[in-house]
Design a protein around this ligand. Structure first.
Ligand SMILES: Cc1cc2nc3c(=O)[nH]c(=O)nc-3n(C[C@H](O)[C@H](O)[C@H](O)COP(=O)(O)O)c2cc1C
Length: 477
């Protein structure tokens, strides 16, 4: 169960297509069903996959499976625009890191060799400057026909396409011969080789194909309560002025939405945010100051308990906390009751705010302010995920993880282009308590959210499996 739920990389190795957008063109061969498994293998390598289906292919395999697995609407109709008015095959042509056509029919090879852009797959290939990989599949006589031979030669020699030759064996026609779609791992290898070390063509999420709304990645958080904080706190100077920060709340809201899509029940504690909140699906608590955030957090996590006189052991009311809010480190020591008048100068005395995540971690682990064990840890042990926005080096992040006793720390350099406040993308490093370090490429905030939740879901499964084993050992004594 644990292994099935977790989205792991390919065959234990590094994910070779991490951050890449791969367009999978499927044409009308009996082997079209194998493209569903090819999509899965590409995804396991870390690729974001978008599927183009020829009209014939759509009669062999419906678009629904491809849309559900790729999370992108499937491109089938050349003459239809995307909902946002963009031209689907051009968006794919301009943003894909590679196009792989598998299976490629004899008909499609002929159309492509002659530049006949009558279907979405040919049109995207004509419009792209990305590498193209072609894996033909057909009856043996079709494959050896001079027309097919010269079309394949033209694709390979004149267009520079990589052709993954079909294999031999029993064919759908009942005959045996060369024409079977190549083995799928060989096609994946060809895509990896074709992309090589080229830079990611289009990191900007807005310029990539749209996502299907509301499709679950996996229902691996069903039955879990995930608490997420988002946005920036505001610390009042007087009734009209405050000290704030540049957080937009996009990362936290993306995590809340991803957790909801994966079946979790979500409490989203939102400070100042500039994006719409999923208030129809999540329990949303709005706060403004760090003090209010602390109150809402303790209420959501421990029913308001957790302070000195809390019962021991304390029951967890949550499975995971993802603290994505940008919480102020300082607050005015004495905010004015009335609006301050203009004057020569103004000095503000600031005092530090409590470190909320460290406080939650102490409660969860049964420690007092000095780190001594004063009561039973909270059971079952919830997972604590922090964020560290740094500028420049991420060296301090590991020390933060240990000092705050967190399970995961997501560190990012907010000074880097495309990363941090207000952007739709983020480049993060996920550190874990065991010393692991997972450096992710520049990804959409939604994809970063899913990568974090992959870790959360896996760790919660492991937690439950360990306590079940312990329970069985106890019972058998
Ligand atoms: C059951 C069936 C299986 C087929 N399998 C293949 C095949 O494996 N390879 C091929 O080139 N054509 C195959 N065809 C013929 C193509 O579907 C046909 O040439 C179609 O026009 C291809 O359109 P497309 O290239 O636009 O997808 C098959 C046809 C049928 C009815």
């Amino acid at each position: 169960m644990t292994a099935m739920r977790r989205a792991t990389g390919a065959a234990g190795g590094a994910r070779r297509l991490e951050g890449r957008l791969v367009a999978l063109g499927v044409t009308g061969s009996i082997a079209a069903y194998k493209a569903v498994e090819l999509l899965r293998l590409l995804t396991a390598e870390g690729a974001d996959v978008v599927v183009l289906l020829s009209a014939s292919a759509a009669r062999f395999v419906g678009p629904l499976s491809f849309a559900a697995l790729s999370r992108h609407p499937v491109e089938t109709e050349l003459m239809e625009l995307l909902p946002d008015g963009r031209i689907g095959h051009v968006v794919i042509a301009d943003s894909a890191d590679a196009i792989v056509v598998a299976p490629a029919t004899a008909h499609w090879l002929g159309a492509m060799a002659n530049g006949l852009a009558g279907d979405v797959v040919t049109a995207a290939c004509l419009a792209t400057s990305a590498p193209v990989v072609v894996a033909p599949a057909m009856d043996g006589d079709m494959w050896t026909h001079p027309a097919t031979r010269s079309n394949v030669a033209r694709l390979r020699d004149a267009f520079g396409y990589a052709v993954v030759e079909p294999g031999s064996g029993p064919l759908a026609s009942g005959q045996s011969g060369v024409g079977r779609l190549a083995e799928l791992p060989a096609i994946v290898d060809a895509v990896v080789a074709a992309i090589g070390d080229r830079p990611v063509r289009q990191p900007a999420v807005d310029a990539r194909p749209p996502l299907v709304a509301g499709l679950p990645r996996e229902a691996d958080l069903v039955g879990r309560h995930v608490v997420v904080t988002a946005g920036g706190t505001r610390e009042p100077i007087d009734p009209v002025r405050y000290i704030g920060n540049r957080s937009s709340g996009k990362m936290g809201v993306a995590i809340a939405e991803a957790a909801l899509d994966r079946g979790a029940s979500v409490t989203l504690i939102a400070a100042d945010v500039s994006v719409p909140l999923p208030d129809e699906r999540a329990r949303v608590v709005r706060v403004e100051t760090t003090g209010q955030l602390r109150g809402a957090l303790l209420e959501a996590l421990f029913g308001g308990g957790g302070g000195g006189g809390a019962p021991s052991p304390l029951a967890a009311r949550f499975d995971a906390l993802v603290m994505a809010a940008a919480v102020a480190d300082f607050t005015p020591a004495a905010p004015a009751d009335r609006k301050l008048a203009r004057g020569e100068s103004l000095s503000l005395e600031l005092r530090p705010t409590p470190d909320l995540l460290a406080e939650v971690a102490r409660i969860v682990r049964g420690l007092d302010g000095e780190g001594s064990e004063t009561r039973e840890p909270v059971t079952p042990t919830p997972l604590l995920v922090g964020f560290a926005a740094e500028t420049g080096s991420l060296e301090r992040a590991g020390a933060k993880l240990r000092a705050k006793r967190l399970d995961l720390l997501v560190a990012n350099d907010v000074a880097e282009a495309g990363s941090g406040f207000g952007t739709d993308t983020n480049r993060v490093v996920i550190l874990d308590a065991a010393g692991g370090r997972d450096e992710l490429p520049l990804l959409s905030k939604r994809e970063v959210a899913d990568r974090i939740l992959d870790r959360v879901a896996g760790a919660l499964d492991d937690r439950d499996a360990a306590s079940q084993t312990a329970g069985m050992q106890e019972a058998s004594r």
